[in-house]
Design a protein around this ligand. Structure first.
Ligand code: ADE
Length: 360
């Protein structure tokens, strides 16, 4: 997981908290910085695509109205008092903009953001090194925070509560605890599984916010914005067609747009129309509701092998060849959102709407 840092100036530099203004050693026109600090880190294709098209400020962020309102108030209040923003836990399915929101918060607070993921913080020294490197007011984004080791979590508790690091030196009877002061910071934790967080960790977040799937109209606006950034001609109907098939998820919408752009360039020329978008997405196996091969496989295994359920998640996973976590975190949330799957105490069930959609 990459550790990047982004620094932007706040909208109102005058109301910038003193502590943070001192920490921002760059000129007001400095562009956002993005450097790779972790030697093992790799920025994959998705990250690169997303970096160029991410909204930079809250005003450019489309959708998630409630979340935006809560954050606008939190930002204004924290800046008014010259304090850091409360620690924030963002949860919801992947691709809805949790990392983007952390970067926007940094921009709005006039500070930088360090991005990492729980799997990169396995050894105590990883998290210790990260915490001591934080600058006053900085934002620390930890993705997949439910996967932190117990040791990392325990180091985080005093860090979150009192900006203090408690480290134990030595072992057994001669072990001593030392406390080191840390710079005040804001932890933004992201997870697809809020329920998997331990309660002591969850309780230390002042703000806990869920990200919801986007409406097709919101995805249409996001797609039109991305197409403009990519200099790709597209009609409104073309964007709507892609939006309808994007499973309520901006990351998927932007990915499909790139595939449709390739198809249009090679097969159709000209702008992306509704017809061309539908044709292209058929080629890429994305159906009119945005279901892909795996969604259909999971549903049809449940129908064919278990008469639609109820059936346990482990059984669905082994029968469909997918792993439990991917089904739970990636496929199931959208299938439940569109009313194709139900979770019951006796297992998962396919709804009549899904039977019909699959032609059974
Ligand atoms: N690109 C990806 N997500 C976005 C969002 N929520 N608003 C604007 N552009 C985006």
């Amino acid at each position: 997981m990459a550790i990047i840092s982004s620094k932007q100036q706040p909208t109102e530099p005058d109301s910038q908290p003193k502590r943070r203004r001192e920490s921002s050693g760059k000129s007001p026109s400095s562009p956002p910085k993005s450097d790779l600090l972790a030697p093992t880190a790799a920025v994959d294709e998705t990250d690169k695509l997303e970096e160029g098209i991410r909204p930079q400020r809250l005003a450019d962020y489309i959708g998630q109205k409630d979340l935006k309102t809560v954050l606008e108030i939190g930002i204004a209040a924290a800046r008014g008092r010259g304090e850091t923003l409360d620690h924030l836990l963002l949860y919801g399915p992947p691709g809805l903009g949790k990392t983007t929101m952390a970067l926007i918060l940094a921009a709005e607070m006039g500070t930088s953001c360090k991005i990492t993921g729980a799997p990169s913080l396995e050894r105590p020294r990883d998290i210790v090194g990260l915490l001591v490197s934080l600058k006053p007011g900085e934002i620390l984004f930890i993705d997949e925070i439910h996967r932190l080791t117990r040791m990392a979590e325990e180091l985080l508790y005093p860090a979150m509560e009192d900006f203090r690091l408690d480290i134990t030196i030595g072992k057994g009877q001669s072990a001593k605890t030392r406390s080191l002061p840390l710079s005040p910071f804001t932890l933004v934790g992201a997870t697809t599984r809020a329920g998997a967080l331990t309660s002591p960790l969850r309780d230390r977040f002042g703000l806990i916010q869920r990200l919801h799937f986007y409406e097709p109209e919101e995805l249409t606006v996001i797609l039109l914005r991305t197409a403009e950034i990519l200099k790709t001609p597209i009609s409104r109907e073309g964007a709507e067609e892609i939006a309808r098939r994007s499973r309520g998820t901006p990351r998927i919408a932007n990915r499909l747009l790139k595939r449709v752009r390739d198809y249009t360039q090679v097969k159709a020329k000209g702008e992306i129309t509704q017809e061309v978008a539908a044709e292209a997405l058929k080629v890429f196996n994305v159906d009119p509701l945005g279901l892909d091969w795996t969604d259909r496989r999971v549903l049809s295994v449940m129908i064919q092998n278990f008469n639609g359920g109820p059936v346990g998640i482990e059984t669905i996973a082994s029968a469909s060849g997918e792993d439990v976590q991917t089904i739970e975190e990636v496929y199931e949330p959208y299938l439940m959102q569109i009313g194709f799957m139900l979770r019951t105490p006796r297992g998962r069930m396919v709804t009549p709407a899904a039977w019909k959609h699959l032609g059974y």
